[in-house]
Design a protein around this ligand. Sequence first.
Ligand code: NAD
Length: 371
Amino acid sequence: MTAVIYDELGPFKIIEVYEPSVSLRGTLVIDNVARGPSIGGVRMAPDVSTGECLRLARAMTLKNAAADLPHGGGKSVLYGDPGMPLKQKQELVRAFACALEEVEQYIFGPDMGTDEQCMGWVRDEIGRAVGLPRELGGIPLDEIGATGWGLLHATRVACDFQGRKLAGARVALQGFGAVGTHAARFLAAEGAVIVAVADIGGTVACADGLDLAKLLALKEVNGNVIDYPAGPGIVTGDADSIIDVPCDIWIPAARPDVIREDNVDRLQASLVVSGANIPMTPGAEQILHARGVLCIPDFIANAGGVICAAMEYQGASEGAAMEIIEEKVSYNVQRVLDIVRKDNCLPRQAAEEMAVRRVRRAMALRRWSVF
Ligand code: NAD
């Protein structure tokens, strides 16, 4: 059993659902709803856990507050292989939505293992989902790369802070899915050199830069990045070897806790911009900070997706959503880095204090306020 830690913010509700007839097992954590109904993705994987869900839900509280959205934080996890036959996946996602129909303080969104189509099924069942397909009035945030777009702006502001140019900077990305592909695309368009990419199948690297069009073509046919054509300077390795690649900027865009105390010494970058949620343990982040490596926290850098989802919820257009993502992410990263410069604190600490202050102010307006 996961030990739940209750603090001044939450968690507000933890709901476990189980329906053996459709092999449904899942968990919903609503962390805090002081700023409004919680928005957070449904993560589908065979090895998810309540502990992961609790941490991700808190990250959403902070992310939504940091982005100044009128939403609290929540997250759900659904046990299962996201690559299962579509008919079975549809049954499972629909069953999960129905099991949580009454919980109006949670608005479903996409996350790892789920997508716009899944949100379409949820909306069809219970009418409460964001990240919908275009046909349902949604802004397909993974298709347009909302999170990758935000990561570009977070990286740009961080590069300015470090006094380096984004053009020519060497970037390595762990994860080449919805977040990783678009981040690579936007960064390469600004002149960054993509020197390595990893997905679950392995890592491909080239010190002179990889050809993004070739990488994206592999994704088109559901290939792995290690199927990249062999050539001078092309090196392949297992998925974990992305950590060892010499680069300036390292972008985690896969799973939680990939950088830990036991492997942090292998990381060679001087800037880490977190696309994935909770990709580093707190201890590893401390070690990197002490080494002078700037780490832009997940909930500030990867807020593009949820900003887009909240804009969709308010009926905004795709263009307006992308403009707001650029504005909010750039502003928040700059604010955090201003505090870091002034107080010489960890960027995560500066960002958390800013977000928690906003949640506290919202909590103070509630009937049962203790502040
Ligand atoms: P995705 O499922 O589209 O892609 C995940 C990628 O990670 C795939 O390429 C997969 O092969 C790779 N991967 C998985 N395990 C790996 C490993 N051990 N080593 C290397 N690569 C590995 O997921 P996504 O939507 O791109 O999300 C990635 C991360 O970003 C997650 O942590 C998610 O919570 C976070 N995130 C996503 C969004 C969004 O808009 N999609 C927004 C904010 C945060």
